[in-house]
Design a protein around this ligand. Structure first.
Ligand code: IPM
Ligand code: MG
Length: 368
């Protein structure tokens, strides 16, 4: 039987409770499709700091290195200990570190508004067009997040200068562009590339390299949009988008905006992938929403983003397409049956039942 090693890092806030549901659903999928996941849990984020003094304990990193994939919850609690330096806080010391350490340059965030959740989309029905089904392909290891210099220096009494640097090279743009074009070939064959070529040098290079890379994919239509226009087009006419190709920070911003169109940030999974080696793709799978500390531990969080992240793991790292699709369909079925966590519930929707995190996980596991 196919066996895979997974590091399950639940992290902080709602991480542990949504992770529990994702594992439940993966176990249900294992029973139906012949594969086996050896799951090892380890602390990360504030949970790592509490357990071992570091947001990414050495033992957790070592576990990740011997695993086939990482299933990640979420990290970061803004209200905890402000005296800990920024570089040691979970967002940088765990999340950004893992992205860089494993070369996870390609972040895929699929946003799909299920028909049954049209009411949870903030846009009027007419604006939803034929439906919202967008794949945000975000570059994840370059741009402003990692560019050097990155520093804050004193320029006088009480005054500072903060510098972040946006840097991209041709090879970095090419490899993420290939990911977007390949993904589009399997979808509606359109890539909208996002940049700020009217102002940024980075934008000019981005547009050139993406245009050149696109020549290898004659079956895929390529369009360019400035990022400000793209932010507006998303709310005016989201149905025009198939694959949105973005550099790191633009992708961060636009993927949250797109997620809201998909009904809730609690429904947006993501896959962060490195280069394939030996036919295998090491991946890091996490919900795109945060730790939501305000609702943590209350059985209120929507576990769907975490569950769908598990499905992406089966598809991209383990080549278990059928099982991945079964999980996605089970989510669809649970929604059609009227199961709603608070974020997607509306009292005006006939047949909708407001349920908790655990019950949503049960409904999805049962639908497999
Ligand atoms: C995301 C998050 C992270 C990012 C934060 C938590 C560092 O917003 O994954 O979108 O900015 O990449
Ligand atoms: Mg973000």
């Amino acid at each position: 039987m196919n066996t895979f090693k997974v590091a399950a890092l639940a992290g902080d806030g709602i991480g542990p409770e949504v992770m529990r549901e994702a594992i439940k659903v993966l176990r249900a999928a294992e029973k139906k499709f012949a594969f086996r996941i050896e799951m090892t849990e380890a602390p990360v984020g504030w949970a790592g700091i509490d357990a071992d003094g570091k947001a990414l304990p050495d033992s957790t990193l070592a576990l990740c290195k011997t695993s086939d994939a990482i299933l990640f919850g979420s990290v970061g609690l803004p209200d905890r200990d402000p005296t800990i330096p920024r570089e040691e806080r979970p967002e940088r010391a765990a999340l950004l570190r893992i992205r860089k350490e494993f070369g996870l340059f390609a972040n895929l965030r699929p946003v799909k508004l299920p028909k049954a959740l049209a009411h949870a989309c903030p846009l009027a029905k007419e604006r939803q067009g034929d439906g919202i089904d967008i794949l945000v392909v975000r570059e994840l290891t370059g741009g402003m997040y990692f560019g050097q210099p990155k520093k804050t220096e004193s320029i006088g009494v009480g005054d500072f200068r903060a510098t972040d640097t946006m840097v991209y090279t041709t090879p970095e743009i090419e490899r993420i562009a290939h990911v977007a074009f390949k993904a589009a070939q399997l979808r509606r064959k359109k890539v909208t590339s996002i940049d700020k070529a009217n102002v940024l040098e980075n934008g000019v290079l981005w547009r050139d390299v993406v245009t050149r890379t696109g020549k290898h994919y004659p079956g895929v239509q390529l369009e360019h949009q400035f990022v400000d226009n793209a932010a507006m087009q998303l709310v005016l006419r989201p149905a025009q988008f198939d694959v949105m190709l973005c550099e790191n920070m633009f992708g961060d911003i636009l993927s949250d905006e797109a997620a809201a169109l998909g009904g809730s940030l609690g429904m947006l999974p993501s896959a962060s992938l490195g280069a394939a080696s030996g036919g295998k793709v090491f991946g890091f799978y996490e919900p795109a929403g945060g730790t939501a500390p305000d609702i943590a531990g209350k059985n209120l969080a929507n576990p769907i983003a975490q569950i769908l992240s598990g499905a992406l793991m089966l598809r991209h790292s383990f080549d278990l397409n059928e099982a991945a699709t079964a999980i996605e369909n089970a989510v669809g079925k649970a929604i059609e049956q009227g199961n709603r966590t608070g974020d997607i519930f509306s009292p005006n929707e006939p047949g909708a039942k407001k349920i908790g995190t655990r019950e949503m996980g049960d409904a999805i596991a049962a639908a497999i």
